[in-house]
Ligand binder design. Structure first.
Ligand SMILES: Cc1cc2nc3c(=O)[nH]c(=O)nc-3n(C[C@H](O)[C@H](O)[C@H](O)COP(=O)(O)OP(=O)(O)OC[C@H]3O[C@@H](n4cnc5c(N)ncnc54)[C@H](O)[C@@H]3O)c2cc1C
Length: 443
């Protein structure tokens, strides 16, 4: 089951957004933004607030906005502990979390600052926990502390561990709701949103409409496969799981490539929700970018456990049996993925095993909450991460953008990698991309 949230508030926000599903569109704009996930929406909003006199349009291939990574995630407002001090990830997360709380306060979007414990269950994890504490402090995360086993029980009565890093400003929110609100701001400022517009070609406009100077003023054509064409001066793509293909269709580099990793969640049965109050995370394995299976309360009162991380056979495949021949062939033929798989066979098999056998996943979770039983959980939703990978099989961990050369390449900016916690960082990412757009293009 896909974890798309359809609460009353999300439905209301969707209704307020005047998204248009029309065909055969022929119009001209200063900037076309491709991708209606949280990164595209936040950036479109930031750009139009800075440049209200320009014409912007945002194109989304689905009939609704924010259905993919933005609508299938853990819903955590991260505080910025994990990331290398000085990295973009660290800076954008800390600033992004502050901006996100402020945005939610101003727009009346509900969130809960329920905190997070990163729990050490083995002695050997203690040095890594202390290193995380140092990182968090260096990154400017406020009010971090280390608590002992008694401190853990005071915060999470059913959680067992030797010690934990306590992050009281970590929170939870419905990121899809936040993204839809960015879209409303964009439209209120005069931006247009077109859904059901799957961009299939970005190239130099072939000819000007008769009797006009459109071709010179708007030299780039953005087309979909159904015959619509928009003209523009500049294009920004924020395509998430398709960021490499969007780059390729505009004649820019295909690398880094996107490899989809599916994460399956379990959910606690309602009568067992009392076991978890806030976020409970493991000490992460430094070899992998994913944070490990965790306990996460949801805004609707539910509790999600997971996710694992297994190679998906389809980029937007939320079910175990979803398969796309193109995505599969694409992934298999990529040397970077072949190298990654060879390096991590044991880890990959373990993740798949835990995905199939719920008992194996529960066993890991019992290290944190021993009272948890297999009969307390149900299979839940899934999300698919856009993991960027280089040709040597290295996971690209930080934010990446690039453009190209020539008439098209010099007018296009591609967001190539917006990894977790890009939802938390979205407003800070939007500021950075808008700065980059302003420095590359003559808006
Ligand atoms: C399982 C999971 C858990 C996560 N947990 C967290 C968390 O707790 N906290 C956090 O901060 N982050 C989390 N993240 C990360 C976060 O969700 C993503 O980094 C963020 O949503 C990325 O947003 P995006 O806009 O780049 O991508 P997306 O939300 O995937 O949006 C990309 C959009 O582009 C559209 N598109 C693609 N190709 C085209 C085309 N050709 N034409 C038109 N439109 C196109 C897609 O349809 C899509 O709507 C998690 C991610 C996953 C997968």
């Amino acid at each position: 089951m896909a974890g798309i949230l359809t609460s009353a508030c999300v439905r209301a926000a969707r209704a307020r957004l005047k998204v248009t599903a029309v065909r055969q569109i022929h119009s001209s704009h200063d900037v076309v933004v491709v991708g209606g996930g949280i990164v595209g929406l936040a950036t479109a909003r930031e750009l139009i607030l800075r440049h209200p006199a320009l014409s912007f349009v945002l194109l989304e291939k689905e009939k609704e906005l924010a259905l993919h990574q933005t609508g299938h995630n853990s819903g955590v407002i991260h505080s910025g502990i994990y990331y290398t001090p000085g990295s973009l990830k660290a800076r954008l997360c800390v600033r992004g979390a502050a901006l996100a709380y402020d945005f939610c306060d101003r727009k009346g979007i509900p969130y809960k600052k329920c905190g997070k414990l990163i729990v050490a269950v083995e002695q050997e994890e203690l040095p890594r926990m202390r290193a995380l504490y140092e990182r968090g402090v260096k990154n400017g995360v406020r009010d971090l502390s280390i608590v002992d086993a008694k401190g853990i029980r005071e915060r999470e009565p059913f959680c067992r561990g030797i010690a934990a890093l306590d992050s009281p400003h970590t929170g939870i929110v419905d990121w899809r709701k936040v993204a839809l609100r960015y879209g409303e701001d964009f439209e209120e400022a005069g931006g247009a949103v077109l859904t059901d517009y799957e961009v299939s070609n970005i190239s130099v406009a072939s000819e000007s409409p008769a009797g006009s100077s459109e071709g010179m003023r708007y030299p780039i054509a953005v087309r979909d496969a159904k015959g619509s064409e928009l003209r523009c001066r500049y294009v920004l793509t924020c395509g998430g799981l398709y960021s490499d293909r969007l780059s390729q269709i505009s004649g820019c580099s295909r690398e880094p490539r996107i490899v989809p990793f599916r994460g399956d969640y379990l959910v606690l049965k309602p009568e067992k929700r009392y076991l978890v109050k806030g976020n409970i995370y493991p000490i992460p394995d430094p070899r992998f970018p994913f944070l490990g299976v965790h306990f996460t309360p949801r805004m609707d009162g539910g509790v999600w456990l997971g996710p694992n991380a297994v190679l998906a056979f389809k980029r937007e495949g939320y079910n175990v049996y979803d398969f796309s021949a193109q995505d599969f062939a694409d992934a298999l033929s990529f040397r970077g993925l072949q190298k990654l798989v060879l390096k991590n066979v044991a880890y990959g098999v373990g993740e798949m095993y835990r995905g199939v056998f719920v008992g194996a996943q529960v066993k890991i979770l019992q290290k944190f909450i021993p009272e948890l039983q297999q009969s307390d959980v149900l299979r839940g939703p899934a999300g698919v991460r856009a993991q960027a990978l280089d040709r040597d099989g290295n996971l690209v961990d930080d934010f990446v953008f690039d453009g190209g050369v020539g008439e098209v390449g010099s007018r296009v900016l591609h967001v190539r990698n917006a990894p977790s916690p890009a939802a938390t960082s979205s407003l800070a990412i939007a500021e950075m991309i808008a700065d980059e757009v302003e420095s590359r293009f003559s808006l």
